[in-house]
Design a protein around this ligand. Structure first.
Ligand code: TNX
Length: 511
């Protein structure tokens, strides 16, 4: 209930609204429950936004909503303005523990004729609810029913919470570097679909992309190249913090990955004592994998790793640190295990939980560490036996760098061709035979051997990443390809307005 009365002194202006059906809206990801009441809330110039506490995090969400409404409609809605005179309708963002939903990102939207109330358990929940609301605002106003324009939002109730708490995408900034603004644009689009994790693959054979103050040659030398002989690049610590803050503002966590002991050529060129394969390393601009390794038996290598993990962890508010661990084909098996076990302790010492690609499950590691299943079901099963949680990124289904079909311009196809339907039509809950309680969530990795700018990134990521958002947020009963593809077609105006170079798959009747 609203315990206050804004603009009570003003007689309310009558506004005419169309009867529209909330169940017909093209929401992605599909909410848990949608209950239409076939009227509408008239979003217009007499609408104002209020938040239950002016506590800055909730007020920030109100301001975020106001900005997004302005860029879509041109309306400038005040936030928590107590002096405003002509308020006819309110959007009220309310934080309350008392929701009969269990997930901390849960929210409910009550859309009535004169009020639109968002109840959320947490500020994250409020932020997710705001994304639903953004999707309900029509692209075009109705200018005929009233003397002024309204953007009618269908009335009813939405009750919603995520199926998986971890809903991620990964960007490889090592094979090709992507600058701060390119990453921010990616975050903007992902956040609209309730993705809450951006995993950044910060280092690989072809480049080291994050400034480490105690080891400056990593970026001076290791950051100077990329695939194809272009100029490389890296984030200064200030820039990296700016990205972390931008992601946080979108209630998204950045997970940093430093890939080791393989995929380390760029580090070993910068500091040759790290190198473990006996050769003198040279900068590498090709796309082979599996040829590099750290020396796993030198203490100095572990002091180096300690510095790197410490500096990056200090800039990372989230609980995870990703150590890579994939395709260490020139590291002896025992050396590999020894290495992973020792690095796990370093990660824990700096207050983080270790994540690694599925090969790390061959080592004797802790149940609090996490395995990212990309390739080997055996490894995923060993992880579960150790009591670990698993992130699902099966290459055949979830790799954003796989080509859509043999004709698509960018991407690889070693795992599969992944057209838009195949990307969506699988069941994370049962895909690899892992019990639900061991599944942390779903992540779609975008490797960058074949892409080097935003427009190429977007060609591979969209529309498939939108499908992964539904696979991780929505329940199995609420997912259906025939229904999804109609909703996906209706994303075109948003993607075009955001200047996203999505792949216009022929499987979709784009609007
Ligand atoms: C395998 S997936 C890799 C990456 C490549 C990718 C290309 C994984 C853990 N390792 O190094 O970029 O294939 O699809």
């Amino acid at each position: 209930a609203l315990l206050f009365c804004f603009a009570c002194t003003e007689p309310k202006k009558e506004v005419l609204v169309p009867d529209i059906d909330l169940a017909e809206e093209a929401l992605i990801p599909m909410p848990l429950k949608v209950i239409p009441t076939n009227s509408a809330f008239a979003l217009d110039q007499f609408t104002a936004i209020y938040t239950s506490s002016s506590d800055s995090s909730l007020a920030d969400i109100g301001a975020f909503l106001s900005t997004k409404i302005q860029s879509k409609t041109g309306l400038r809605l005040p936030v928590n303005d107590t002096e405003g005179s002509t308020v006819d309708r309110i959007i009220f963002i309310n934080q309350t523990e008392n929701l009969e939903l269990k997930e901390h990102e849960a929210y409910q939207l009550y859309i009535n004729k004169d009020s639109l109330i968002l109840n959320a358990k947490t500020t994250e929940g409020a932020f997710r609810g705001i994304q639903t609301l953004r999707q309900l605002i029509p692209e075009k106003s109705n200018d005929t029913l009233n003397e002024h324009s309204i953007w009618p939002i269908p009335s009813g109730k939405i009750i919603d919470e995520p199926n998986f708490e971890f809903r991620g995408a990964m960007l490889d900034v090592a094979r090709h570097f992507f600058g701060v603004d390119e990453v921010k644009k990616f975050i903007d689009i992902l956040a609209y679909y309730k993705i809450n994790v951006l995993h950044m693959h910060l280092t690989d054979d072809q480049g080291w992309r994050i400034e480490i103050k105690s080891w400056p040659r990593l970026t001076e030398i290791g950051g100077s190249t990329e695939v194809g002989g272009e100029s490389g690049g890296f984030y200064t610590q200030e820039e990296y913090k700016e990205l972390v803050a931008y992601a946080s503002k979108h209630h998204m966590m950045i997970i940093p990955e430093v890939d080791m002991p393989g995929h380390t050529n760029a580090a070993s060129v910068s500091y040759p004592f790290l190198n473990g394969n006996g050769k003198t390393p040279k900068l590498y601009e090709g796309t082979h994998v599996g040829f590099s390794t750290f020396d796993t038996r030198k203490d100095t290598v572990y002091s180096f790793i300690d510095d790197v993990v410490r500096e990056i962890s200090q800039m990372s508010p989230g609980p995870y640190f990703h150590i890579g661990g994939d395709e260490s084909h020139v590291t002896k098996k025992n050396d590999y295990k020894y290495f992973v076990e020792r690095v796990e302790k370093i990660v824990q010492k700096h207050g983080k939980r270790m994540i690694g690609w599925d090969e790390v499950a061959t080592a004797d590691i802790d149940s609090t560490s996490i395995t990212q299943f990309w390739n080997s079901e055996d490894n995923a099963r060993s992880a579960v036996k150790k009591g670990m949680q698993v992130i699902l990124s099966p290459a055949k289904k979830a790799y954003l760098d796989m080509q859509y079909d043999p004709l698509s311009k960018y991407g690889l196809h070693w795992a599969a061709y992944i057209p838009v339907d195949s990307a969506y039509v699988w069941t994370p809950e049962t895909y690899s035979g892992i019990d639900n309680e061991n599944i942390l969530g779903v992540e779609a990795p975008l490797w960058s051997e074949t892409i080097s700018n935003s427009s190429e990134l977007e060609y591979l990521a969209f529309p498939r990443a939108i499908g992964y958002s539904e696979l991780s947020w929505s329940t199995e009963e609420n997912r259906d390809w025939e229904n999804y593809k109609v909703r996906l077609a209706k994303q075109a105006p948003f993607l075009e307005r955001m200047n996203v170079n999505y792949y216009p798959s022929k499987l979709i009747d784009w609007e």
